[in-house]
Structure formats: C-alpha cells, structure tokens
Write a protein that binds this ligand. Sequence first.
Ligand SMILES: Nc1ncnc2c1ncn2[C@@H]1O[C@H](COP(=O)(O)OP(=O)(O)OP(=O)(O)O)[C@@H](O)[C@H]1O
Ligand SMILES: [Mg+2]
Length: 260
Amino acid sequence: MGKVLVSTGRGGAGKSTFVALASRYLNPPKLLIDLDPDESLADMVGVDLKGKGKKTISGALYDAIEENKGVGLTGYNLLSDVLQSVLYKGREFDLIALGTKFTVGCYCAPDAVLKDFIPSLVEDYEELIVDSPAGLEHFNRKVVMNIDDIFVMLDPSEKSAKHIERVRDIIREVKVSYNHLYLIGNYRFSEETEKYLRGTGEAYLGKIDYDSNVRQYNLEGKSLLGLPQDSPAALCVRRILKKAGYKIKDGDLTSSRARK
Ligand SMILES: Nc1ncnc2c1ncn2[C@@H]1O[C@H](COP(=O)(O)OP(=O)(O)OP(=O)(O)O)[C@@H](O)[C@H]1O
Ligand SMILES: [Mg+2]
C-alpha cells in the first residue's frame, strides 16, 4: 500500500515545484497526480501528455460521454476506458492529470472519476504524489480521502499565517484523514522570517532555497528533473523528504552537497 503525499498552499507558493523535485528523490513505482485544472505539472517534469497519446481526466470523460451517447455504458466500463486513456506510464514515474474542463459547471465528474481510481492506484505504487490547485477548495472536494503527509508550502506573508489556520480548520471540519501536516517555507523566506514558521506549533521541515535555475527552467518550459545534482532547491526538497521519514532513491547522491 503506497503513501499519499499532498502538496498544498496559496497561489504561486511553490507546490508544483515541490512535487516535481520530490519525484526525483522518491523510490519507484510512483504516481504523480496533477489536481490543478491549470495542468502545469506534466511540463515541469518533461512529459508531453498529448504527444504520448494521453488525455486528461476531464478530456477523456468528455470524449467518452460524447462517443457513447445513448449506448448506455456502465460506470465500470466508462471508468476502465478512461483509465486506459489517461494514465501515462514512464520509466521513472507515472502521471495522471485532472485537466481543464471546457464546459460550464463544477469539476464534480472528473473529481469523482479520480476519487474512484485512487484506492486501486494506491495498491500499485510506493507513492502517490499529489499537486493541488491553489487554495483550500480541493480539501472540500475530498478527491484524496486518505492522506499520509500534507506538505503546506508557504510564502512569507500575513496571508500565509492565516492560511495555516484555515488549513487546520478545514481539514478538521471536512474530516480529511491524514497522518502528518508539515509546513515548508518557500524560497522567499529569509532566516529571520523563517523564525515565524518554527513557532506555529505545527511541524516545520525547513525552507526551499532560492534557485535561479528553477526560475529559468520554468520560464523556458524545461523539465525540473534536468536540474543539476547540486541544485539548491532540489537538495532542500531532498532534505525535507528525509526529515519527513522518506527513503531517498539510490543513485541521486553523487554531488558533495547531496552527501551532507
Ligand atoms: N526555489 C525556487 N527558487 C526560485 N524560484 C522558484 C523556486 N520555487 C518556485 N519558484 C518559482 O515560483 C513560481 C511558482 O512556482 P510553482 O509553479 O511551483 O508554484 P505553485 O504553488 O505550484 O503555483 P500555482 O498556484 O500557480 O499552481 C514559478 O515561477 C517558479 O519558477
Ligand atoms: Mg502549481
């Protein structure tokens, strides 16, 4: 039974970067799940879903309903058809994306499909690493029912302090099941502002250092998995995962900084 990790936080806090870099260090088999309708994760890990013939869940669902209008597909057939068309299988990791919906209404149907997949997917992987859309609504949607570790990415602002309180409240109120809640400071924290995070009463795992390559790679649409071994941001993610008790993949220990 795999572990479920969820990266969450306010807009632009560094959620997707964390997931992309975590995927580099966690042991296979692992599945990346992009819950953000804006679907940037695939690009950040160098996967061209469309080019590989894969659809997003929203896209597959829309196509399946269009193609089978009036045929009366059972829910089961629909689900297994959808899974075939959305699950990208790679050498290092697999990936599935919720995708953008181009029709009016909520994301209830694609959410429900993903929710149905997750219990069986958990059986097939060591880790399910979930990238969330900005904000808290994804907790209300409860697409991921049983979480092991919630990683809250934070930026240094008054709003972040409130965000921590709201995360606490919402997961209690909507009864999100989880084992650990971890705080992570993003690259904009200084040692001075970081002190705040140490005093929140929640487990603080450290900050992600500024990394000009991360910015540059994102700007150019390059995979973050191609960052150098001594990328400051990647090494911070590695250290954070170790603190959270994860076994780090062999073969990613070649740089002198990584051995520290
Ligand atoms: N360690 C870092 N050093 C420098 N820039 C960074 C670092 N981490 C993230 N960034 C930059 O911050 C921006 C936001 O990062 P990212 O996309 O990971 O955030 P997000 O929380 O997933 O955003 P969204 O809410 O839009 O999904 C990107 O432009 C990225 O290049
Ligand atoms: Mg993101």
